[in-house]
Design a protein around this ligand. Structure first.
Ligand code: RNT
Ligand code: ZN
Length: 415
């Protein structure tokens, strides 16, 4: 235990904050880390570069091209991330073996993901989360999947999502826990639509069809991820916020909030408590949009802190499933992964080190002057010392860049 930490701990204690409690609590909060930062969202089932509303830019050397390479990169990156981790997979990361080119996405089975389970167990992960992949595939026709007017297309994707529920159940069973299965579709129109309702009614029907399969709700939660617009679908998105929030509420499934998916002055930090008033569970995709939903690497910034505060002070660390969703191909991909994960952890620690009860009380008493002063005061408490102590106790070093640079030279540059 560092001297620096001991002094910091006392200083925090003077403000009524228990650093030990914060550190212990943070260790228990799982982050679902996305597999797709490692290979620019390409996957292994033949789709090639990401398409359909998703764009990765940059071609930094060393992209993982095979399951073996991606697993090696994940193992390395995860070893530099503090705290409890889950692995978030997309269906396009199926390891098909001899079925490649023969088995399409509507017929994926748990066996195609067995190596991922073995891998997650080997790393001692907290669990696996899952996403049907309705992009980078020829059956996304005219930019539409679950809302397609073409019955063959629509039902193909319904079958895909149903197959994914089976796989999600398999993950939950194998990992002895729970799996969050999140549905995001790229469906929308570039220009002014003539009919905004019919595609939404078809999406509604598709979701009903998907949910008609029996599944164990104690093992699998299904979430729907809304979006305001995407590149190429600027005028209309079928799966909008209002559509999915109502669907989720009526059908007792979850909403997934991606903080890149709203109007620029809307914030997810404010949506979290709004949904907590109605839902037992909500899911997040934490990302960083720069001018648009650009999926930049998450950094330790104000809105991230605000998101963490809403999770922590509402005692919702087991209700809000935190997932990461960013992809940068212009810098070292492992460094991107670790930087974003650490930023989320930092934000949570920051929120855990606030005098939340005291501040709430001041608000209740309408003591807004004192609340403002206190909110400013806590900003310069010696947070860095507690962060370093947390890193120490979770067995990772502060420096990860040099370790990654070494890996880049020894592994990534040879690809
Ligand atoms: C796209 C959504 C979606 C994807 C991943 C790969 O805008 O954010 O969540 O980023 O599923
Ligand atoms: Zn997302």
């Amino acid at each position: 235990m560092g001297l620096y930490y001991n002094v910091a701990k006392e200083r925090f204690a003077e403000s009524g904050i228990d650093c030990e409690k914060a550190i212990e609590k943070l260790k228990e909060i799982p982050l679902s880390v996305h597999c797709w930062q490692g290979d620019d969202v390409v996957g292994f089932d033949g789709g090639g570069a990401a398409s359909g509303g998703i764009q990765t830019t940059g071609n930094y050397p060393g992209r993982a091209r095979t399951p073996e390479e991606l697993m090696a990169d994940i193992e390395k990156a995860f070893s530099l991330m503090p705290g409890k981790k889950r692995l978030n997979l997309h269906a396009s990361y199926a390891i098909l073996g001899d079925d490649l080119g023969k088995t399409d996405r509507d017929a994926y089975e748990p066996k195609h993901f067995a190596p991922w389970v073995a891998f997650a167990k080997k790393l001692g992960l907290d669990g696996i989360d899952f996403n049907p992949t309705m992009f980078s595939h020829e059956k996304v026709k005219n930019g539409l999947s679950l809302s397609s007017p073409d019955e063959e297309i629509r039902t193909f994707w319904v079958r895909h999502c149903q197959a994914c529920i089976r796989i999600a159940e398999y993950f939950a069973t194998e990992m002895n826990g729970h799996c969050m299965m999140n549905i995001w579709i790229p469906d929308g129109f570039k220009d002014v639509p003539a009919d905004r309702l019919s595609p939404r009614l078809r999406l509604k029907k598709s979701l009903d069809d998907i949910l008609s399969v029996d599944y164990d709700r104690s093992k699998v939660s299904i979430a729907v991820e809304s979006k305001v617009f995407g590149i190429g679908v600027e005028s209309y998105t079928v799966g909008s916020n209002e559509f999915y929030q109502n669907y989720a509420a009526k059908n007792q499934i979850c909403c997934l909030l991606d903080n890149g998916h709203y109007h620029p002055t809307e914030v997810v930090s404010d949506k979290i408590p709004a949904l907590l008033a109605f839902y037992d569970k909500i899911a997040l995709h934490v990302t960083r949009g720069v001018r648009w939903d650009s999926d930049h690497v998450v950094l330790y910034e104000d809105e991230l802190k605000e998101i963490a505060k809403e999770i922590v002070r509402n005692d919702a660390t087991d209700k809000v499933m935190i997932g990461l969703d960013y992809f940068d191909a212009s810098i070292n991909r492992l460094s991107a992964w670790v930087t974003g994960q650490r930023a989320m952890e930092k934000a949570l620690l920051y929120a855990l080190l606030l005098p939340n009860d005291k501040m709430k009380e001041l608000q209740e008493k309408s003591e807004f002057t004192e609340l403002m002063v206190l909110q400013e005061e806590v900003k310069d408490l010696p947070f860095g010392a507690v962060w370093e102590e947390y890193l120490d106790r979770t067995g990772v070093r502060r420096d990860y860049f040099n370790e990654i640079k070494k890996y880049e030279n020894e592994v990534l540059r040879l690809r």
